[in-house]
Design a protein around this ligand. Structure first.
Ligand code: MN
Ligand code: FE
Length: 347
């Protein structure tokens, strides 16, 4: 929300800042004094990770994709389904930030990060457009997949369902119910969409990368995964801070509802993974993917201080290596992009 500025000698104190509902008490245009140092630091992380899709060479991917023996039909199916899902999911996330979240997060340092994140989502959309175009895939097939493939439609429909209430012009965060709806949106986007729905796609695509296949696509997926883990960490911090500042909304019923939603998402993600990869391929199978999704869902629940539901082990320890990589420039040793801002893969 925006409020008119007024002449005054009363200066903004960081203590008065709130993530939401602060519009009547604190000037929302002043970044400094910063209260939420984590938000500023996530913003700096995002800038340091800057990259552009077109800086990644797609030459080997193009050769491999054109080669009739380059991939089996099952493998081509997995790649197309994953790219098809991501090519619209990134747009949904970007729209949600700009149209639903930004308006109700009144804090300038959190907004600073949201502006950065919105641009990163545009870069991710660009990445999938660039991959689809480079590989001369059928663009209409790829970008319509979320309306044509039930398992993708179900995920996106679930995601978008978290946005409807917030887009209602009468929506307000001034009530307990409003804050709960808003938290539902944040959990839906940051924890479920970016934190769960993206991950079987990451595993499937990066499994090709581990065999040195479609290396340019996989390098971009790695950059996206790195960005997404910052998005999710910011989102979780945002959710937990809103709860801290409005503890009355975090009722046992609402906590239970949140757990149920996450469990439902795990189910949808499993059905999606099974559609992409119905049998044993690339050392993966639907059961392993299910276990992985359950494992990461437990991690997300813990971060929200909610009880673990699955106690599943991580079947892909190499994924944590990719995510936690600090020193290696690039997990698959493809070309390293040195960015002026220092954005190469140093996790
Ligand atoms: Mn993204
Ligand atoms: Fe994201």
């Amino acid at each position: 929300m925006t409020t008119p500025i007024r002449m005054t000698r009363e200066r903004v104190s960081a203590d008065n800042k709130r993530i939401i509902n602060n519009d009547r008490t604190v000037d929302i245009n002043q970044l400094v004094p910063i209260k939420y140092k984590w938000a500023w630091s996530f913003y700096l992380d995002g800038c340091n990770n800057h990259w552009m899709p077109t800086e990644v060479s797609m030459q080997r991917d193009i050769e491999q994709w054109k080669d009739p023996k380059g991939f089996t039909d099952d493998e081509r199916h997995i790649i197309k389904r994953t790219l098809g899902f991501f090519s619209t999911a990134e747009t949904l996330v970007g729209n949600n930030i700009v149209l639903a979240i930004f308006k109700h997060v009144d804090n300038p340092e959190a907004r600073q990060y949201l502006l950065r994140q919105a641009f990163e989502e545009a870069i991710h959309v660009h990445a999938f457009q660039y991959i689809v175009e480079s590989l001369s895939m059928d663009e209409t097939e790829m970008f319509n997949m979320y309306r044509e493939v039930e398992e993708i439609y179900n995920k996106d429909e679930f995601t978008m369902g978290h946005t409807d209430h917030i887009l209602d012009p009468k929506f307000t965060t001034m009530t307990q119910e409003g804050i709960q709806r808003f938290l539902e949106n944040l959990v839906g986007l940051y924890v479920i969409t970016e934190g769960i729905f993206f991950y079987s796609g990451f595993v499937m695509m990066l499994s090709f990368g581990r065999q040195n296949r479609i290396p340019g696509t996989c390098e971009q997926i790695q950059y996206i995964l790195r960005d997404e883990s910052v998005h999710m960490n910011f989102g979780i911090e945002l959710i937990n801070t809103i709860i801290q500042e409005n503890p009355q909304v975090w009722t046992p019923e609402f906590q239970e509802l949140t757990v149920q939603r996450i469990k439902h998402a795990v189910e949808l993600e499993y059905l999606y993974a099974k559609e992409c990869l119905p049998k044993n391929i690339l050392g993966l199978n639907p059961d392993l993917l299910k276990e992985y999704v359950q494992y990461i869902a437990d991690r997300r629940l813990e971060r929200l201080h909610l009880p673990k539901q699955y106690n599943a082990a991580n079947p892909f320890p190499w994924m944590s290596e990719v995510i936690d990589l600090k020193k290696e420039k690039n997990f698959f040793e493809t070309r390293v992009t040195e960015y002026q801002t220092g954005g190469a893969l140093e996790w």
